[in-house]
Design a protein around this ligand. Structure first.
Ligand code: PEP
Length: 251
């Protein structure tokens, strides 16, 4: 059985005081969602603060929102996977659609970052998903599988032996318009089948998260589907009650 996973992506939000109060509020409820793995991904500058606070709450882990495609060196402004690991990150979000669209990350760069996270002993969380135009053109499966295949091409047939995939339709992110559970389940199934063609063992154990306007109200129905193993949560992860509600829905 795959253990559910809920990840909160804080994106570029918050300050020290809000990070502390949000963490305290979530940690105070951690005992109520014991059958789910919970990860928070703060901005890089707050990783130390979050790590210190989570020291007293072993049931919540820390993740990075991104890592560099390079190893340590002369790359001003970058944060390496090794640095994030050193700060206690067990997970790294890779290829979020905001990185792909706003910062021009290609499938090749994303695959490089995925490889760096693995090499640093972290679990990469590969984000895949189609835009509204691609969906309207009936290209969802083609786009998502292309994004998965780019990682296989760089990292080899066992790429997903230690990884998570997050299916995040771009049109659902931050819009309040989530994919329906049926729609998401169909894409999750395609992703699992695609991984199974290279590595059946990894596919069976692979946690595939859904992301895109998940709220406490729709989480339970989404997570009930056979191939939806939890969620990657943006906006709702900044509100303690909402995030706790989503974690409970998964556990
Ligand atoms: C995200 O950006 O990964 C995301 C899922 O955002 P939201 O939950 O706000 O739609």
């Amino acid at each position: 059985m795959r253990r559910p996973l809920v990840m909160g992506n804080w994106k570029m939000n918050g300050r020290r005081c809000t990070a502390q109060s949000l963490l305290s509020a979530v940690a105070a409820e951690a005992a109520t969602f014991s059958d789910v793995d919970v990860v928070v991904c703060p901005p890089h500058v707050y990783l130390g603060l979050v790590g210190d606070r989570l020291g007293g709450c072993p049931s919540i882990a820390c993740g990075a929102q991104d890592v560099s495609a390079y190893v340590d060196g002369a790359y001003t402004g970058e944060v390496s996977a090794e640095m994030a690991r050193d700060m206690g990150c067990e997970f790294a979000i890779i290829g979020h659609s905001e990185r792909r669209t706003l910062f021009g990350e290609t499938d090749g760069v994303v695959a490089q970052k995925f490889a760096r996270a693995l090499a640093a002993d972290m679990t990469p969380v590969l984000c895949v998903g189609e835009t509204a135009e691609e969906r309207d053109a009936g290209r969802t499966r083609e786009v998502v599988l292309r994004q998965i295949d780019a990682v296989f091409a760089t990292c080899g047939a066992r790429a997903f032996a230690r990884a998570v995939v997050a299916y995040e339709p771009v049109w659902a992110i931050g819009t309040g318009r989530a994919a329906s559970p049926d729609e998401a389940q169909a894409v999750h199934r395609d992703i699992r089948d695609a991984v199974a063609r290279h590595d059946p063992e990894a596919a069976a154990g692979l946690r595939i998260l859904y992301g895109g306007s998940v709220k406490a109200q729709n989480a339970r129905e989404l997570f009930a589907r056979a191939d939806i193993d939890g969620g990657l949560i943006g906006g709702a992860s900044l509100i303690a009650d909402d995030f706790v509600g989503i974690c409970r829905a998964a556990g």
